[in-house]
Design a protein around this ligand. Sequence first.
Ligand SMILES: CCCCCCCC(=O)SCCNC(=O)CCNC(=O)[C@H](O)C(C)(C)COP(=O)(O)OP(=O)(O)OC[C@H]1O[C@@H](n2cnc3c(N)ncnc32)[C@H](O)[C@@H]1OP(=O)(O)O
Length: 222
Amino acid sequence: MAAVTELGTALRALVDASVSTAVGPEELRAAAAEARRATALLEADRRPPGRLPPLDDPVAFRRVYSPVTGVGSAVAPPLTLRGDPAGGVRAEATLGLLYEGPPGYLHGGMSGLLMDHLLGAAAIHAGLWGMTAHLELDYRGPVPLGVPLVLRGWVERNAGRRTDVAGSIAAADAPDRVLVQATGIFVTPRAEKMDAYFATVTDAAGRHTPPGRPTDATAVQP
Ligand SMILES: CCCCCCCC(=O)SCCNC(=O)CCNC(=O)[C@H](O)C(C)(C)COP(=O)(O)OP(=O)(O)OC[C@H]1O[C@@H](n2cnc3c(N)ncnc32)[C@H](O)[C@@H]1OP(=O)(O)O
C-alpha cells in the first residue's frame, strides 16, 4: 500500500505539473521520454478489467485505483469520504488545473463525476448499494479551482431497489452557498442483471468477487 500510494502521489504531481508547466518543447520531450520509461516498467505485469487489484478490499470498502478516491490513481483528487455528522457522507478537496473547464473553474463533467461518486457512496453508507440509473445536476455558480471545497451526499428516500439521493458542492468557507446541486436515483440491479454484469469479476486470487452489500465500491472512513 505504501508503494501504491507513493506512485500515485508522484503521478498526481507529474500530471499536475504537466498541465500547468510553461517550459519549452525541449523540456517537454525530455519529460515525455522519462514518462515512457516509467510506463515500460509498469507494463511488465498488467491485470485485465474485472480482476480487482490485490490491495482492493471489499469488506474495508477500499478501491486503490478509483478515479475519485484511489490513492494509486493519477487522475483521482483523491477524495477521502467520511460519514457526515449531519447525515450522509462528505469530503473535502482542493482541485487543480487538471480539472479545469472554464478558465479558473472546475469542468462541469468533473462535478458530475464527483457527485455521482458522493451520491453512490451515500447510498452505500446507508446499506443501499446500487448503480446510477439517473443523475441530474444544477450548476448554480462556477466552482473555483485552488480553493478548499466541501462535497456532500445524502439519501432522501428508499423504496425497494430504488434509492433517491442528493448532494452538493460548495466552497468550504461558504458551505451554505451551494454551487452544484445534484439529485440521483440509484438502483440495485435485479438478480439476473447482477449475474450478467459481474459474473466474471474476481479478486487478485481469482475468487469470484461481485459487488453487493457490503460492497467494494466505496471508501467511507468512520
Ligand atoms: C462509492 C462509489 C459509488 C460509485 C458511484 C458510481 C456508480 C456508477 O458509476 S454505476 C455505473 C453507471 N450506471 C450504470 O451503468 C447502470 C446502467 N443501468 C442499468 O444497468 C439498469 O438500468 C439498472 C441496473 C440501473 C436498473 O435495471 P433493473 O434492475 O432492471 O431495474 P428496474 O426494474 O428497471 O427498476 C427498478 C426501479 O428503479 C426505477 N428506475 C430504474 N431506472 C430509472 C431511471 N433512470 N429513472 C427513474 N427510475 C428508474 C424503476 O422505475 C423501478 O422502480 P419501481 O420499483 O418503483 O417500479
